[in-house]
Design a protein around this ligand. Structure first.
Ligand code: ADP
Length: 174
């Protein structure tokens, strides 16, 4: 196991040609807005069917924050979707350990799948309100600190501001 190469792209997570793409899911696993909505829309109903099965078999109370689980990727170019539940940002409580856990746990699941390339969105930076620069530092540090067989971790950033934040975080950890 070695540290994966980290690459940054501006784009849409649903278009990524990677072994696995990560979904910024919510704990219900039943879909939502943002990345979650886009993945289910483009990937088709097979993903939701898998999510429902997982809920019924393992996560009746929902997937806990910071954890990750894999399903089919349906019609997406990827082989699998790894659903992870980011923490809602809080000004009064430090939840950065939970955000780091999303990346670590997703890579652990990717290892179980034998995935060589994994594409991540900027988890928790949309509806869940995490400031981009801070989320980028946590994401890069978490990936850098994880032992994994994944060879490429690709951060897929939706807009220029997110891309710049991740570039800065990568430069800090270079
Ligand atoms: P969360 O609920 O974890 O905050 P969101 O899906 O609301 O997740 O947003 C996470 C980040 O993903 C935001 O920065 C948002 O701009 C970005 N985003 C939204 N749609 C896409 C997409 N299709 N591909 C990549 N990133 C996306």
């Amino acid at each position: 196991m070695t540290a994966p190469t980290i690459t940054l792209v501006r784009g849409d997570i649903t278009e990524q040609d990677a072994d696995a793409v990560v979904n910024a899911a919510n704990s219900s696993l039943l879909g939502g807005g943002g990345v979650d909505g886009a993945i289910h829309r483009r990937g088709g109903p097979e993903i939701l069917a898998d999510c429902r099965r997982l809920r019924a078999s393992h996560y009746g109370k929902g997937l806990p924050t910071g954890r990750a689980v894999a399903t089919t990727a349906g019609r997406l170019p990827a082989r699998n979707v790894i659903h992870t539940v980011g923490p809602v940002h809080s000004a009064s409580e430090d939840r950065s350990g939970l955000l780091a856990s999303c990346y670590r746990e997703s890579l652990r699941v990717a290892d179980e799948l034998g995935a060589a390339t994994v594409a991540f969105p900027a988890v928790s930076t949309g509806v869940y309100g995490w400031p981009m620069a801070d989320a980028a530092r946590i994401a890069v540090a978490a990936v850098r600190g994880t032992e994994t067989s994944v060879r490429e971790v690709r951060f897929v950033l939706f807009d220029e501001a997110a891309y710049i934040a991740f570039q800065a975080a990568l430069a800090e950890y270079a």
